[in-house]
Write a protein that binds this ligand. Structure first.
Ligand code: HEM
Length: 468
């Protein structure tokens, strides 16, 4: 049945449900000739895939899905001025390069050079079942747009091959828990339902003053997050949690699961604290249906870490009942994630040397109506905040960033959750098993290669305002 109250024919398809295609290309461009660019964009608007097209998923759906989003400098290049050019989002206005401090990236040393500065005007997202479709669509777009655009950078994303389809490069099933918005789809058990305005600009729940054209658009945060997979695996292998009844391998798997808050299958550790439960992980009616509360716990003591550390990635980025508020509250800082892995599988040489030599990671995409309340908040005030919820919780061991400094993490060891472990960069890692403390490991397993902040406008804004 058609959801009510949302312009699903006007909202770009990636925002609310994601393209969910096996291959995706992110094509970053600058505008060289605004008049010619706008003319071509207007002529090619039927190529931009809407939410309704993705939902209907019929044979009539295009073989290549296309979305587009612009940076602040891109909107300016399109000729917007004054109030029309002010989306009232300061992070967007300044560009991601000016957010390095807030995000605690260690400067821009590791950034892809093209992301340094504010030269990127926009990104085209292309998704398909086959790389050839993307290549053909892109080639045809390049011919049409000609010299009106310059290609600055592109990144190819791809789902990992079986049996890791849907899993990110560390091996964990991804894309399980995303909020849905009021009036859109029936929520699955445990799924957060948030006011439409938390994700889409200009809808109820978005209380910021915006130009009228921005309604039904969403801010797209793009981050290229490199993952050091052999190093991560070595860290787990060297630091198994030692508990009666656990083999060394099981102890290593448990450590990884406690860093994420889920097992590789997607099973939440709160529901299956000692061993993975692949059937639970695969069951979408159960794999997101939990809180971190223990039976009988009241709001004042939702700090138990025996099953899930307070620092675990999914507990830091969505504390669920821990906060004692309904999840429709904006203090939950929801984002809709639509990223995809990039780069090849780990090679035999990398496995045997425990060292990354070919870049791989996550092409991270997050949608929200307000960057400071969404991505930026999750990264800065939850993942990177050692005191989030109580003193001494430490960093999110997956994405927490300390501008290159050491990252203390608490709660990973279920036999002694109060124990603080420090993940340091480039030299010694503090280990769960102190006998291994001479290992030389870089424990920043996720390295920011930078990115940009974009705005994905509605189809009607593209037609009426941005190509006018
Ligand atoms: C959930 C991995 C970066 C925010 C997850 C899950 C995994 C994961 C395995 C659990 C599956 C799911 O619920 O879909 C990673 C990896 C990252 C990364 C490997 C970097 C390479 C980020 C960043 C943010 C973020 C940068 C935001 C600042 C979230 C949120 C959830 C999540 C909000 C859902 C939590 C929930 O609703 O339970 N991530 N993630 N992630 N991640 Fe990440």
């Amino acid at each position: 049945s058609a959801p009510t109250g949302l312009n699903l024919n006007d909202i770009q398809g990636d925002i609310l449900i994601g393209m969910r295609k096996p291959v995706e290309l992110f094509f970053f461009f600058s505008i060289a000739n605004a008049t010619a660019f706008k003319k071509q964009l207007k002529a090619n608007l039927p190529l931009i895939t809407t939410t309704m097209q993705i939902l209907s998923n019929t044979t009539a759906s295009p073989s290549t899905l296309v979305n587009i989003a612009f940076s602040q400098t891109g909107l300016t290049a399109l000729g917007l001025t004054g109030a029309a050019n002010n989306l009232n989002d300061s992070a967007f206005a300044a560009g991601q390069v000016n957010d390095v401090k807030n995000l605690s990236d260690p400067g821009t040393v590791n950034w892809v050079p093209q992301f340094v500065g504010t030269k990127i005007h926009g990104v085209v997202l292309l998704g398909s079942d086959k790389q050839a479709n993307i290549d053909n669509t892109l080639a045809s777009l390049k011919t049409k747009f000609g010299n009106s655009v310059n290609e600055l950078y592109s990144l190819k994303g791809a789902m990992r091959p079986a049996p890791n389809k849907g899993h990110e490069h560390f091996g964990f099933l991804d894309g399980i828990s995303n909020p849905t918005i009021t009036g859109f789809q029936d929520p699955k058990p445990g799924q957060a339902v948030v006011p439409a305005g938390e994700i889409l600009v200009g809808l109820p729940g978005d209380n910021v003053t915006r130009p009228a054209w921005a309604k039904d658009g969403s801010f797209l945060v793009f981050r290229q997050l490199k993952q050091l997979v052999p190093e991560f695996n070595k860290f787990l292998a060297d630091n198994p949690i030692v508990e009666p009844g656990l083999s060394k391998k099981q102890g290593s798997d448990l450590l990884g699961a406690r860093m994420v808050g889920r097992w590789k299958s997607g099973a939440p550790i709160v529901l299956s604290p000692m061993f993975d439960d692949p059937r639970l992980g695969a069951d979408e009616n159960r794999n997101n249906n939990f809180t971190f509360a223990e039976p009988g716990q009241t709001q004042s003591n939702l700090t138990d870490q025996s099953k899930c550390p307070l620092s675990a990635h999914i507990r830091k980025t969505r504390p669920r009942a821990d906060l004692g508020l309904p999840e429709s509250a904006s203090s939950f800082h929801h984002i809709v994630r639509a990223g995809i892995p990039y780069g090849p599988e780990v090679t035999a040489v990398e496995t045997s040397s425990n060292k990354t030599t070919i870049e791989r990671g996550l092409a991270f995409v997050a949608y929200q109506s307000n960057i400071a309340n969404g991505f930026q908040f999750l990264q800065e005030f939850w993942a990177n905040n050692q005191r989030f919820r109580q003193p001494g919780v430490g960093f999110d061991p997956i994405i927490g960033a300390a501008a290159g400094a050491a990252r203390p993490v608490n709660g990973l060891d279920p036999t002694n959750p109060a124990r603080s472990l420090t993940l340091t960069t480039g030299e010694h890692v503090f280990l769960i098993c102190p006998t291994h403390s001479s290992n030389n490991l870089d424990a920043d397993f996720v390295v920011s290669r930078g990115g940009e902040y974009f705005f994905a406008p509605s189809l009607s804004a593209l037609a009426k305002t941005l190509t006018a």
